[in-house]
Ligand binder design. Structure first.
Ligand code: SF4
Ligand code: SF4
Length: 226
């Protein structure tokens, strides 16, 4: 029997994170524990990732998270106007891409305590994808190799595709809203996810990314239950 037939979307998401870790195993960075300038209040998350994050916490950890989010809720934060797959579709359709305001100076992530992530093992992909070849603190920005940028977009597209019935938003908004009683999330804070319209892989990275695309495709094929 093919056990992969019975993977839930949460299982698939865990496997996508695992695949990303394997992909990044050969990349070098200067990132280290307690280097946390990248942990800003602007990180975004999909609803499926919020589900995985919250379901991986014990009731005590969940209570601690609720307290932190309420106490340190960022009044000014990045609220996305589009997802990565919407961006890809709009580019394909030749539509204008709206400006999005995003400033790290708006503050730290509420889940950061003493420069450590309080949900590290369950952190969303937006956090996993942050790395740099030089110290961000010295240069004021990260230096991410182009092939990692391409891979990051690919994985973001795959995660959104897996959750294409869900939505995306700022981590603080999502974790205070989810799991919510209202079936439709507030439009001013969340954007609907969508399936991949086209993969955002530049020609120079196509052969490099081919094995990753193949593995992600396997994880995105829906169950074929008997
Ligand atoms: S991305 Fe930048 S701030 Fe974040 S851990 Fe790496 S070097 Fe530090
Ligand atoms: S969830 Fe954790 S890793 Fe992500 S920004 Fe917040 S503190 Fe940093």
């Amino acid at each position: 029997m093919n056990t992969r037939q019975y993977l839930t979307n949460l299982d698939r998401l865990r496997e996508i994170y695992f695949l990303y870790d394997r992909f990044m195993a050969y990349e070098t960075s200067v990132c280290k524990k307690r280097c946390a300038d990248c942990c800003t209040c602007n990180v975004t998350i999909t609803s499926l990732e919020a589900d995985l994050l919250l379901s991986s916490l014990s009731p005590v950890e969940k209570k601690a998270l609720d307290i932190r989010i309420i106490r340190y809720f960022p009044q000014k934060r990045f609220v996305p106007k589009m997802t990565v797959n919407t961006f890809a579709r709009w580019c394909m359709e030749g539509r204008n891409i709206p400006e999005e305001e995003n400033d790290p100076a708006w503050g730290h992530c509420p889940l950061l305590a003493d420069d450590l992530c309080t949900v590290y093992d369950a952190r969303p992909f937006g956090c996993r994808a942050l790395m740099s070849r030089h110290l961000c603190r010295d240069k004021g920005h990260a230096r991410i190799p182009p092939r990692v940028m391409t891979a990051n977009n690919l994985f973001l597209q795959a995660i959104e595709h897996l959750d294409s019935q869900g939505f995306s938003g700022n981590l603080s908004d999502m974790l205070t809203w989810f799991p919510a009683d209202e079936p439709v999330p507030p439009e001013d804070r969340f954007v609907p996810n969508e399936a991949i319209p086209v993969l955002m892989v530049p020609p120079e990275h196509r052969s490099d990314m081919a094995p990753v695309i193949q593995q992600l495709s396997t994880l995105l094929i829906p169950d074929s239950r008997p």
